[in-house]
Ligand binder design. Structure first.
Ligand code: GLU
Length: 374
């Protein structure tokens, strides 16, 4: 079996509108969805964490509202999403409940994954839901998204979510079973590519044009764009067919697919982004006890902080310094500078009394910290 799939602990599965809704009636394909939910329940039982990114709100809602086929005006699409999303959420709730699982709805707008402070919020919520054993179902919050501020398609939304939560693998279930050298409907001798190790201009060229006409916004172009986001974050991406019952089981049993292989893992990719791409907005100076704690792999607690400098917000990158001015590492601060100053030197249990809200116990979480090798 495909190792990148078999060994993935945290998985994001994306399903498009055309798999979910019947093209003639616009109704949800509940029977198919039930087989997907069964597969997800099986994966959970095996210890995998699964997040579902589901389209279908607009496709479903527009039928209910009786809107004519064709391109929708922005407000019509927003209204359709508002109507369709309720039905989607109900269907997921029922189907997961039947398999003894709790589901949860997360609706994101572009800023939730692009702005670091909000990014941390959305990430923490999904992490909490996963650790509580539920299966979060994510969609774009289409009823407030406008053309300028939207992901635009759920392929890229899924890749952003996968990157945000450091997923090991993103599976995009589609009406095709992978990336072909040319559109298979146009060229009979088109061949499916099994593994993409590097997304070259040639590979991008194979993605061709966006599919027209169907209810989905994505086509191969958005899938390859999603693959770029995923692999840059250390997440493998697989395109496989969703036009079969039990599509994830089928994948485990060797169904056709294209694998976009990541050459890093999510933790390494995340840490090199923190270390290399972010401009530090401030400094946190720590005492000798905290230096020891960090070198043993612990998070930085307020008790070990003896100074705060600069002007940073929650989620900004900061430099961690020793008392004698050596740079020890970099990380993302879970507190803004003013709050960090108020809680420094204090016990984590005192945070809520000092700040008046229940904050995180650490100032820099070990997952968001890179220590310099000295
Ligand atoms: N978010 C849209 C919906 O739920 C779908 C976007 C897409 O098809 O990629 O209707």
């Amino acid at each position: 079996m495909l190792n990148e799939w078999k060994n993935a602990r945290r998985i994001v599965v994306k399903i498009g509108s055309s798999l979910l809704t019947d093209a003639d009636t616009g109704r949800l394909k509940r029977d198919w969805l039930a087989t997907l939910v069964e597969d997800i329940a099986e994966l959970r039982a095996q210890g995998h964490e699964v997040v579902l990114v589901s389209s279908g709100a607009v496709a479903r809602g527009r039928r209910i509202l009786g809107l004519e086929p064709g391109v929708l005006k922005l407000e019509q699409a927003q209204a359709s999403a508002a109507v369709g999303q309720i039905g989607l959420a109900h269907a997921y709730q029922d189907l997961f409940e039947e398999r003894g699982l709790v589901t949860a709805q997360i609706l994101l707008t572009l800023g939730d994954t692009e702005e670091r402070r909000r990014y941390l919020n959305a990430r923490n919520t999904i992490e909490a839901l996963l650790s509580l054993g539920s299966v979060p179902v994510v969609n774009e919050n289409d009823c407030v998204a406008t053309n300028e501020i939207r992901y635009g398609d759920n392929d890229r939304l899924a890749a952003r979510v996968a990157s945000m939560i450091s997923a090991d693998c993103l599976v995009v279930l589609s009406d095709v079973d992978g990336l072909y050298t040319a559109p298979p409907s146009e060229q009979e001798d088109a061949e499916r590519i099994e593994v993409v190790d590097e997304i070259t201009p040639e590979i991008e060229g194979m993605a061709g044009d966006v599919t027209g006409g169907g209810p989905s916004r994505g086509g191969m172009i958005t899938k390859v764009a999603a693959a770029k986001i995923a692999v840059a974050s250390g997440t493998h991406m697989i395109i496989a067919s969703g036009q079969v019952s039990h599509p994830l089981k089928a994948l485990s049993e060797g169904a056709n697919h294209t694998l976009f292989r990541a050459h890093s893992d999510p933790v390494t990719a995340w840490k090199s982004w923190i270390a290399g791409s972010l401009e530090p907005k401030g400094k946190i100076i720590i005492d000798a006890g905290a230096v020891d704690a960090l070198s043993s792999g612990n998070s930085l607690l307020p008790a070990g902080v003896i100074g705060v400098d600069g002007d940073f917000d929650r989620g900004d990158a900061i430099i961690i310094m020793s008392q004698n001015g050596d740079e020890l590492g970099r990380g993302l601060s879970t507190y803004a500078k003013d709050d960090a100053e108020l809680i420094m030197g204090r016990q984590s249990s005192e945070i809520s009394d000092i700040l008046g809200f229940e904050g995180r116990a650490c100032i820099v979480h070990r997952d968001d910290m890179v220590l310099s090798t000295r």
